[in-house]
Write a protein that binds this ligand. Structure first.
Ligand code: ADP
Ligand code: MG
Length: 237
């Protein structure tokens, strides 16, 4: 079995919207995968199934051999410890410092504070933000805030990092820097990256695997792929 397997997944939200219709996808450990597709094609929903923010109505999702779709609610926290998540809007806690924001996930583990300190500083160093550990989120640029989120996502060295439009709020230069950080994490930590994006420039420059979703179905899957406008045109509008 592959590290990630999405098998025949359907997701119909309570309002009747079908977000995924027989979605299938396999991802090997250590891969870097872009998920692209028109707005409302089901990209975020697919990612949400992986970290069990949503459950499929039908089908199964395996992450690291665990059937995430069958996981009891009381066990979800164990899954989340193995996954780092980065969003478009930074979701940092405004009253906590950079250090505290990154330390936050580790504090629930009952880890020794000296070990927490080591892990936090290591993560901040990896994203190039160690010297700002005492700053508050509002004192940082957008790119710096996203670096903090990435540090928070990698602080317990997860094998899987899920990014949902991580450069969506950033200018092109800053986006490039953020992608360099994510790419280094993939290469140096061996973390598997699954990233939804509609940033054409990034996808075309990085030459990674590109999975295209349209109307809740994987319609294209290409190694060293590019951003194919034909598949991105919004057929719903
Ligand atoms: P994408 O990330 O590709 O833009 P999403 O997965 O967010 O697409 O959404 C797919 C479809 O599901 C859209 O039509 C969206 O409106 C709908 N949808 C997403 N989340 C919910 C929700 N919580 N409740 C109802 N509909 C939703
Ligand atoms: Mg989305």
């Amino acid at each position: 079995m592959e590290f990630i397997e999405v098998r025949n997944c359907y997701k119909v939200y309570k309002n009747g919207v079908t977000a995924l219709a027989d979605a299938n996808l396999k991802i090997t450990k250590g891969e870097f995968v872009f998920v692209i597709g028109p707005t409302a094609s089901g990209k975020s929903t697919l990612l949400k199934l992986l970290y069990r923010e949503e459950k499929p109505n039908k089908g199964n999702i395996y992450v690291g051999g665990v059937n995430v779709s069958k996981l009891r609610n009381s066990k979800v926290y164990k899954l989340r410890r193995k996954i780092g998540i980065v969003f478009q809007d930074f979701k940092l806690l405004p009253k906590l410092t950079v250090y505290e924001n990154v330390a936050y996930p580790l504090e629930s583990y009952g880890m020794k504070s000296s070990d927490i300190r080591k892990s936090v500083l290591k993560a901040l160093e990896r994203v190039g933000l160690k010297e700002k550990y005492r700053s508050f989120p509002h004192e940082l640029s957008g790119g710096e805030q996203q670096r903090v989120c990435i540090a928070r996502a990698i602080v317990n060295e997860p094998k899987l990092i899920i990014c949902d439009e991580p450069t969506g709020n950033l200018d092109p230069d800053t986006s490039k820097e953020i992608m360099d950080v994510i790419n280094a994490i993939n290469k140096e930590m061996g973390a598997t990256i699954v990233m939804a994006t509609h940033d054409k420039e990034i996808v075309n420059r990085m030459k990674k695997r590109v999975v295209t979703i349209k109307d809740g179905v994987v319609v294209k899957d290409k190694m060293k792929g590019s951003y194919d406008n034909e598949n991105i045109k919004n057929t719903k509008s």
